[in-house]
Design a protein around this ligand. Structure first.
Ligand code: KET
Length: 459
């Protein structure tokens, strides 16, 4: 058992028999007392502290946490020394050379920021005003009546995750009897977020393995069966992990049933611009619900579309039926944020405000995003061609082309996904998801061989 240092407080009488070394903590404390340190004045100073070596950790009861199903994959990838290794676990964009990519518009915005010599003062609890303004406009459209009428409560969050977590805390506090509904499957962290915020959740059907498509009837039936007034978590676009989105007609029907049940839509928008390459097209679902008059929540992230993963920049927007309600909601979101992280970081917020708020940089961003989305579409196409040419079994791989966004949901089960890693050094999540953003054209053939082998040879 590892020995550890522990700080223990013990009563002085226990130490009578132990000779104190010169200069020990006790002697110094005693000396201070003798000379009348004002801190100890008038106190019976019988309890003292010392550092002792013990064999049993105070944290003995802490068990080992399992690795995170997504971020843990990157950790495992890092320690693999095989040259063929490929990280298709986390949804992070790489260049054709499989290197991380910092967008040119981000570099330009940072240069501007440096030239202006902006300070590092605390932001207000709700974040940078210029960021909050442009982020809501980007999402809803600047001319949307909810913005004009001041009905959106927007506060800067710690990227998508932090914004979702803050919204979950808000739900727990103001709707303690409400339940969240999440798709089956969904991004793994949604469950953690609601669990930690103590919001009960259940799943609605979403993915149909038989068609490798949307189980629309199941989805509608489950949303209908949920208790009235539930929060329905919806992926705004590029559903993670399946890459399958409802059609515009299906979105209308989903809105019908949510309205009928008095549920509250809660959108997670982590891929605006990444699904289709167009910021407006990818905001379709959110804007449709807003147009239909719903009060709703939207968490936003700039990790993927601006490549600001480590800056932790995003927002939570709550659309309310009146500006008065919006003001009150915002005040409560701030109240929740203050004891959690006090106020958000400024750097990423300034980058977004500069890029989205400047017409020239904004246009350059759109072009860069089209390039990124285009590269993903190219590898998707190439992977499909390699799979269909190489697999002689007649299996239909066309679902790869139908899915959108960063990911492909291969249909490989856990043992097959393990085989992908163990034999082929291809790192992916155990639900069979691969991030095409981490794939290059030159690696498609290797990946196709690995998928075909794992699919046909592992039960
Ligand atoms: N929502 C969804 C649907 C999502 O896929 C992610 C990230 C996030 C929110 C949060 O991202 P943030 O960086 O907090 O803004 N997904 C990728 C990374 C991760 O798991 O953290 C992923 O699925 O690989």
């Amino acid at each position: 058992m590892a020995s550890a240092l522990a700080l223990v407080a013990l009563s002085a009488p226990f130490f009578r028999a132990v000779p104190l070394p010169e200069n020990s903590m006790f002697q110094r404390i005693g000396a201070e007392k003798k000379h009348g340190n004002p801190l100890f004045k008038g106190k019976d100073f019988r309890r003292v502290s010392m550092t002792v070596s013990v064999n049993v950790s105070r944290f003995e009861g802490v068990t080992m946490a399992p690795p995170d199903p997504i971020l843990g994959v990157s950790e495992a990838f890092r320690v693999d020394t095989n040259d063929l290794k490929l990280n298709l676990g986390v949804g992070a964009y790489r260049t054709e050379e499989l290197q991380p990519y910092v967008l040119n518009v981000v570099k330009k915005a940072e240069k501007l920021m440096l030239e202006r010599g902006e300070n590092k003062e605390y932001l207000p609890i709700e974040g940078l005003a210029a960021f909050n303004k442009v982020t809501a406009e980007l999402l809803f459209g600047a001319d949307n009546s909810v913005i004009q009428e001041g009905r959106v409560a927007t506060i800067q969050g710690l990227s998508g995750t932090g914004s979702l977590r803050l919204a979950a805390a808000f739900i727990q506090r103001y709707f303690p009897d409400a339940k969240a509904l999440i798709s089956s499957p969904t991004w793994g962290n949604h469950k953690n977020i609601f669990n930690d915020a103590r919001v009960p959740w259940s799943e609605y059907r979403y993915y149909d393995p038989r068609t490798v498509g949307l189980d629309f009837d199941g989805m509608v039936a489950d949303i209908k069966a949920a208790p009235d007034g539930s929060f329905v978590l919806l992926h705004g676009c590029a559903h993670n992990p399946t890459g399958i989105d409802p059609t515009p007609e299906q979105w209308e029907k989903i809105a019908d049933v949510i309205q009928e049940k008095n549920h509250i839509p809660f959108f997670d928008v982590a891929y605006q611009g990444f699904a289709s390459g167009s910021l407006d097209a990818d905001a379709y679902s959110v804007r449709l619900f807003v147009k239909r008059g719903f009060e709703l929540l939207v968490a936003q992230s700039y990790s993927k579309n601006l490549g600001l993963y480590a800056e932790r920049i995003g927002a939570i927007n709550v659309v309310c039926s009146s500006s008065d309600a919006g003001t009150r909601v915002k005040s409560q979101l701030k109240r929740l944020a203050r004891p959690m992280y006090s106020n958000p970081p400024v750097h990423g917020a300034r980058i977004v405000a500069n890029v989205v708020g400047d017409p020239i940089l904004f246009n350059e961003w759109k072009q860069e995003m089209e390039l990124m989305a285009g590269r993903i579409k190219n590898v998707r196409q190439r992977l499909y061609e390699n799979l269909s040419q190489k697999d002689k079994s007649g299996k239909d791989w066309s679902f790869v082309l139908k899915q959108i966004g960063m990911f492909s949901y291969t249909g490989l089960h856990k043992a097959q996904s393990d085989h992908m890693t163990d034999k082929w050094h291809i790192y992916m999540t155990k639900d069979g998801r691969i991030s095409l953003a981490g794939l290059s054209l030159s690696k498609c053939e290797y990946l196709a061989d690995a998928i075909i082998d794992s699919f046909h040879n592992v039960d």
